[in-house]
Ligand binder design. Structure first.
Ligand SMILES: C[S@@+](CC[C@H](N)C(=O)[O-])C[C@H]1O[C@@H](n2cnc3c(N)ncnc32)[C@H](O)[C@@H]1O
Length: 311
């Protein structure tokens, strides 16, 4: 099949992902990621049926998951993004074929409150590996959460301050720093677009430059953009590719956005926090570890707001 888009690193097919998966070589992909429709009755520009019977939806998911497992290299990683209701069942299915690594909770409100239910506030990101352990695993370290007012740390790291790694804190399996994609600049994009920061984190963790990244559900192409700009090879499928083609016409905004994401990871403080600290008279030495005297943020909660999300 002829790709609708070919870049120096990637190939995008405007086709059903089941067909594309069937045509790929077994054991050829280092990282497979999927963000399928969630069967919540949404309207997609590809006009797919997003309100199937439960068993039909799950059967369909199992079919493309089988395809993804087949093409994954030994030691390759598979990530599955969905709401907990579906990932509970799809995770149990994958557990028969791959090795479970993590259920990552990504804290983003994804719908309106539902009467008599808890407010849905997270997505489930499942992380499996083919074989016993991942061939590639280098998770980002992240900055300490800081006050948006004074730049002070929101947690008191007390006596351990001088022991903190200057490259930031360990990534946990709860991610609270992934922004929803609501920026005015991205209005044209599909409402389902994932944050570039999320895809950059997954790609950085489980692939190396030159690795092959696969995403069978392109949407607005966030995975492909993150792969392309991070020097990974990539393979994509999408039934309606217009948005991705438009996005690849001019990658400058994404390139700038990714550069901003990169300067703010693997550091103890984001650029914004450093600037706020300076303004608020909370200077830091170059190496945060030698500064054990700074006190954490004491602003009233209303000023603290949320940690820096919008990177
Ligand atoms: C939730 S969106 C993916 C969003 C994407 N992760 C992003 O960041 O923009 C799911 C996409 O899967 C596409 N899709 C649905 N069924 C498909 C199929 N059988 N083959 C290929 N793409 C499909 C839909 O058109 C939709 O764009």
């Amino acid at each position: 099949m002829i790709p609708i888009l070919e870049t120096p690193l990637g190939r995008l097919y405007e086709a059903d992902c089941l067909k594309i998966l069937a045509g790929l070589q077994p054991n050829s992909v280092d990282l497979a990621f999927a963000d399928p429709p969630f069967n919540l009755g949404k309207k997609y520009s590809s006009n797919i049926d997003d309100s199937r019977a439960e068993h039909e939806y799950l059967d369909w998911c199992r079919a493309w998951l089988d395809g993804m497992v087949r093409v994954l290299k030994p030691g390759g990683s598979l990530f599955l993004w969905n709401i907990p209701k579906w990932n509970l069942q799809l995770g149990a299915y994958l557990n028969q074929k791959l090795t479970f690594r993590h259920w990552i909770t990504v804290d983003i409100k994804y719908s309106l409150p539902i009467p008599k239910r808890l407010y849905p506030s997270h997505y489930a990101l499942l992380y499996f590996v083919k074989g016993k352990k991942p061939a590639i695993f280098h998770p980002d370290r992240i900055p300490v959460p800081c006050c948006r007012h004074c730049g002070g740390e929101l947690r008191d790291y007390g006596g351990y301050k001088d022991k903190m790694n200057p490259r930031g804190v360990n990534l946990s399996d709860v991610w609270t720093d992934i922004p929803p994609v609501r920026h005015a600049k991205y209005k044209k994009r599909d409402a389902n677009a994932l944050a570039l920061k999320l895809m950059d984190r997954i790609i950085s963790m489980a692939s190396d430059p030159g690795s092959v990244v696969l995403d069978p559900f392109g949407g607005s192409g966030t995975t492909y953009v993150a792969a392309e700009l991070n020097g990974r090879r990539w393979i994509g499928a999408e039934l309606h590719c217009r948005t991705i083609l438009d996005r690849f016409e001019n990658l400058n905004d994404d390139r700038d956005h990714l550069a901003e994401i990169h300067v703010n990871k693997n550091v103890l403080f984001t650029r914004a926090s450093l600037a706020r600290r300076k303004k608020a008279g909370r200077p830091l030495s170059q190496d945060y570890r030698v500064d054990a005297n700074g006190s954490p943020c004491e602003c009233p909660p209303v000023d603290r707001d949320q940690p820096d999300l919008f990177l």
